[in-house]
Design a protein around this ligand. Structure first.
Ligand code: MLT
Length: 410
């Protein structure tokens, strides 16, 4: 008899975004021809920039000749990409991250989910509420939790509410947490953490021998110079943090797939006897066993964003999305909503009106305006009564969608 992983049955519904897709599909089947503007899943709409496309083509051409053909690549990713990352994403900001501590992968979603495999079963895991649902869902799948309680919280997870009262930046947990997921700029609220706020977390992790799992997939959207782009801008963080970064939202790679994770050589975790062990060799072992790397043309394309032209072009696309966010904030505020985020992040987080539940707001917007967003409750119980709009649509659609929302709620 084959036994199923029953932990999957603890998960309430389907994964958030396919669930939205299902509802939208049902609606469009029932209403053929009705225009739908998608601002739900944070999927980019602008094409890969010319420098990236050029490098991508060159990479493909190299695969077409026996002299330059590449088979399996280096497991951690090609040195040319890891060195470009170390130089441009870290050294240029005064952070010394070695290219040897960078692992190229096909996505931060996979890495933030898979990372738990290298940590013991008895870790207490702290997760923001609301936040990117992958952290909680993969914790449940791994069997580290009990059932979901009435309040939407899984037994065994330490939830850290992120509310308007704390500007959507969680407080240090009262209980001792061993692994702490932090996401800044935050998905879904768009909140950012200051150096002082991050220092508190790093100090907490050092004092408690905990590890911070820092998801910085949206760092390219930071516009405020005082906000750290990396947890490693905080002294001591290399000893207690893993950082996840992605080319998806930075350079339009959602369909192309490329990301990276930094596991510093200094990072330690402990065995049952309290003996310290380096974490990096375990991640190396996990990746070399279960992952064969990202294709050469994709890594070559990713490296092109660090050329002078590539930097200029990707910056222009990010500015385009941020301008969308600014238009959305303005129009939603005019419609009388309390609006958050959208300044250092591509997400605009709004409070629904008249205590409307997030999914009711979703249905109303879809049915009466043909606009799709993401219900805040899908990111955690504290997201109930909120709604996330993604700024990744194209400009004409952003304006049309916001005009429709204004009409519906003014
Ligand atoms: C989101 O909409 O939250 C993201 O697109 C999901 C992801 O990056 O996996």
């Amino acid at each position: 008899m084959a036994f199923i992983n029953e932990n999957y049955f603890k998960l309430k519904a389907g994964y958030l975004f396919p669930e939205i897709g299902r509802r939208v599909k049902d609606f469009s089947t029932a209403n053929p021809g009705k225009k739908i503007i998608r601002m739900g899943i944070g999927d980019v709409t602008q094409p890969l920039v010319p420098s990236v496309i050029k490098a991508f083509h060159e990479g493909v051409e190299e695969m077409a000749s026996a002299q330059s053909f590449k088979g399996y690549g280096p497991e951690q990713g090609y040195a040319f990409l890891r060195e470009a990352i170390a130089e441009n994403d870290y050294k240029s900001r005064g952070v010394d991250i070695s290219a040897d501590d960078i692992f190229v992968s096909d996505g931060s979603k996979c890495d933030t989910g898979n990372i738990q495999e290298i940590f013991g079963f008895n870790n207490r895991i702290a997760i923001g509420d609301p936040v990117y649902p992958v952290y909680a869902d993969t914790t449940v799948m791994s069997g580290k939790t009990g059932l979901c309680a009435e309040n939407g919280y899984f037994e065994g997870i330490i939830y850290m509410p992120c509310t308007a009262q704390n500007n959507f930046v969680p407080e240090l947990p009262k209980e001792k947490a061993d692994l702490i997921f932090l996401c800044f700029p935050n998905n879904p609220t768009g909140a950012v953490a200051t150096k002082e706020q991050l220092k508190k977390w790093v100090d907490y992790a050092i004092a408690n021998k905990s590890i911070i799992l820092y998801d910085a997939a949206y760092e390219a959207y930071i516009t405020d110079d005082s906000i750290p782009h990396s947890i490693y801008e905080i002294e001591g963080a290399k000893k207690v943090a893993i950082e996840f970064r992605s080319f998806s939202k930075t350079a339009g790679f959602t369909g192309t797939r490329c990301a990276f994770t930094v596991v510093p050589s200094e990072l330690l975790a402990y065995d049952g006897e309290g003996k310290a062990h380096a974490v990096k060799p375990l991640w190396m072992r996990r990746q070399t066993t279960k992952f064969n790397g990202v294709s050469y043309p994709v890594q070559k394309a990713a490296a092109a964003i660090y050329t002078p032209e590539g930097k200029k072009e990707t910056k222009a696309v990010i500015e385009y999305y941020l301008e969308n966010a600014s238009i959305m904030k303005k129009k939603l505020s005019e419609a009388g909503f309390s609006v958050f985020g959208g300044v250092n992040a591509p997400y605009v987080w709004v409070q629904t009106k008249n205590n409307m539940k997030s999914w009711d707001f979703f249905d109303k917007l879809l049915k009466e305006a043909g606009v799709v967003g993401t219900p805040g409750s899908g990111f955690g119980p504290s997201g109930e009564g909120y709604f996330r709009f993604s700024a990744f649509a194209d400009r004409a659609n952003v304006i049309e969608a916001m005009d429709k929302v204004q009409k519906l709620f003014k």
